[in-house]
Design a protein around this ligand. Structure first.
Ligand code: INI
Length: 157
């Protein structure tokens, strides 16, 4: 008896991808965008199949992600943004709502949505995760998106 394992790969990456990007903390977020686009391109996705949709901040990302998913254009959506803790509870609202919203849309619409929204305690942590010593979470989100596209193609209903 042989074990069946179904998992995505990073080879068959053709497909359409939209990045939904919260502009807030732009200095950090643009490095996430660069990391995601670079990863998609280096896995064979052509520029014509990559679209970037920008919104004011992470709080607005879920609604734009929902609208993009409803268009049924994309094989996967990549949510990018940076929520950095300040001195008020605003951080909790924005980070909770953005991650809950992205997860909800993914399940409601059946489209893979990679969550590359940083939620960090300091600007230093944000910089570490946007292309320095902790990697680039935008690039990681793009890889997850590619893998999920590949997986869902194997699990077609
Ligand atoms: N938006 C972010 O993307 N990151 C943050 O760190 C942030 N903080 O800390 O305030 C933030 N706020 C704006 C929010 O996303 C909305 O754009 C705003 O509340 C208007 O709805």
């Amino acid at each position: 008896m042989s074990l069946t394992v179904v998992e995505g790969n990073f080879v068959a990456a053709e497909g359409k991808y939209t990045l939904v990007v919260g502009r807030f903390n732009e200095f950090v977020v643009e490095s996430l965008v660069d990391g995601a686009v670079d990863t998609l391109k280096r896995h064979g996705v052509s520029e014509e199949n990559i679209r970037i949709v920008r919104v004011p901040g992470a709080f607005e990302v879920p609604l734009a992600v929902q609208r993009v998913a409803q268009q049924k254009r994309d094989d996967a959506i990549i949510a990018l943004g940076a929520v950095i803790r300040g001195g008020t509870p605003h951080f909790e609202f924005v980070s909770n709502e953005s991650s809950k919203g992205v997860a909800q849309v993914s399940l409601d619409c059946g489209v893979p949505i990679a969550n590359g929204i940083l939620t960090v305690n300091s600007i230093e942590q944000a910089i570490e995760r946007s292309g320095t010593k902790m990697g680039n979470k935008g690039a990681e989100a793009a890889l997850s998106a590619i893998e999920m596209v590949s997986l869902l193609r194997q699990l077609e209903v």
